[in-house]
Design a protein around this ligand. Structure first.
Ligand code: GLY
Ligand code: MN
Ligand code: MN
Length: 445
């Protein structure tokens, strides 16, 4: 029997891409230009490439899905402000790799003002950037910088004949990434969908888990679900860590057997229309938490639920993190994993032996999404339209000074949360995280 299909959200429309470009241009000083490169194909081995994935910034401003494209924004230009360069049409190549839109197709399908094919790029760039004063580009993109240097050099060589090369480079990242930080309704719908697919995948993996399987069997269950519901696949390398592997934060080998009596930590999320889900759940391979596992789990869960409940406009990520650190440290002291006073253990940072990462990051087109975490040196207040994760964890090393019953237990619980005007919306609530709910789901399979 086929699972019920999830209703598919509408893709972002050309009107929204156009509005994003307009909003960016409005914030540029007169005479500026923007130069932004799309992604290229990356070789996987010999003559095969990784599947193409557009650069997130480029996607955000264009929705254009082909490799080797370039966007220029030229505010005030009468022949058109948004100019795209794209791959040349080439029927012989297209027989192998599929249709390329070409310049005409790009204008028609993506509502750009003007497009040219890459064969004309160098010559046209020179004319288009002549007389623009500030050139906005991503200063950490070496290829974009080299291209800009080249154009600027050629214009400079013609300066005596009246050419005016852009006088300065300005980093595009702060402006563009500030814009990306606040999600539109259309983006929220896509994030909700990526989260819904990710949630189904976690439920499926939970239901399938049993001793005798390997970590990769659960990875297969997850990734089946990602693709089945039309996601492109994982938004980042899926983490499936049984037993002590859960304590390795970026464990992606996923090759070890799963043992009865151990927990397994899964950190995995689907990508849908380039938007990321990012969920972590930790559950017992055999379907029932052991006593020590439950005691630790309840500490992480209480911290996580309290932090999620606190998400609202006006609070800050450091405030959420401090609350989590306090709750986790109190739990560690209660369970005898830290000695002394909670306040002192926070002060001397000894909790960091068990909790070394931060509690939250932005989520969007990138799993660790863009946007400043501080404004003028201060933690920025959360605002409606921001989307973040809440993901506390405890990772207990298997060291001789640790009570044996806690050794090698790793737990993280992660949800995706959108900030709303009234408070927040948990996008990933469909995956159980309470002990009784997890055990009930696993008992049904
Ligand atoms: N999976 C990456 C993260 O949770 O931040
Ligand atoms: Mn994660
Ligand atoms: Mn995360």
């Amino acid at each position: 029997m086929l699972p019920d299909p999830l209703p598919r959200p509408a893709p972002i429309g050309n009107d929204e891409y156009r509005a994003r470009r307009a909003a960016l241009m409005q914030r540029l000083p007169p005479g500026s230009a923007v130069l932004l490169l799309g992604a290229s194909l990356t070789t996987r081995s010999r003559d095969s490439d990784y599947p193409f994935r557009q650069n997130s910034d480029f996607h955000y401003l264009t929705g254009f899905p082909e490799p080797d494209a370039l966007l220029l924004l030229l505010p005030g230009r009468s022949e058109g402000e948004s100019v795209l360069f794209c791959q040349d049409r080439d029927p012989a190549l297209e027989a192998w790799t599929g249709i390329r839109l070409g310049a005409e197709g790009a204008v028609r399908e993506h509502d750009l003002d003007q497009a040219f094919e890459n064969a004309q790029r160098d010559e046209r760039l020179e004319a288009l950037l002549d007389g623009r004063t500030g050139l906005y580009l991503l200063l950490d993109d070496a290829e974009a910088m080299a291209l800009a240097d080249d154009v600027r050099g050629r214009l400079a060589a013609r300066a005596r004949r009246g050419a005016e090369p852009p006088r300065r480079y300005v980093d595009l990242a702060p402006l563009l990434h500030e814009q990306r930080l606040i999600k539109s309704e259309g983006e929220l719908a896509l994030l909700r969908h990526a989260a819904a697919i990710s949630a189904l995948a976690h439920r499926r993996a939970m239901g399938a888990a049993r001793p005798g399987l390997a970590e990769y069997h659960l990875q297969a269950e997850l990734e089946h679900e990602f693709r089945w519901h039309g996601g492109s696949g994982p938004a980042y390398a899926s983490i499936v860590g049984g037993g002590g592997n859960a304590c390795v934060l970026h464990y992606i080998e996923n090759n070890a057997p799963l043992h009865d009596g151990e927990l397994v930590l899964i950190d995995a999320g689907a990508e849908f229309d380039l938007y990321a889900g990012d969920i972590t759940r930790t559950f017992p391979v055999g379907g029932r938490f052991g006593d020590a596992q439950r005691e630790l789990y309840e500490v992480v869960l209480a911290a996580q639920e309290r932090a999620v409940a606190a998400v609202a406009p006006g609070t800050t990520l450091p405030a959420l993190h401090e609350g989590v650190v306090r709750d986790l440290t109190a739990g560690l002291v209660r369970l005898g994993l830290l000695d002394g006073e909670v306040e002192a253990r926070i002060e001397d940072e000894s909790y960091k032996r068990f909790y070394l990462h931060s509690t939250s990051h932005w989520l969007g087109l990138d799993v660790h999404d863009v946007g400043d975490y501080r404004l003028e040196g201060e933690p920025r207040p959360l605002a409606a339209g921001m989307v973040l994760t809440v993901e506390p964890g405890l990772y207990i090393p298997a060291d001789a000074d640790i009570p044996e019953r806690f050794r090698g237990i790793g737990i993280r619980i992660e949800d995706d949360v959108a900030v709303t005007a009234e408070g927040h919306e948990v996008l990933t609530a469909a995956v159980p995280k309470r002990v009784a709910e997890i055990e009930a789901l696993m008992a049904k399979h």
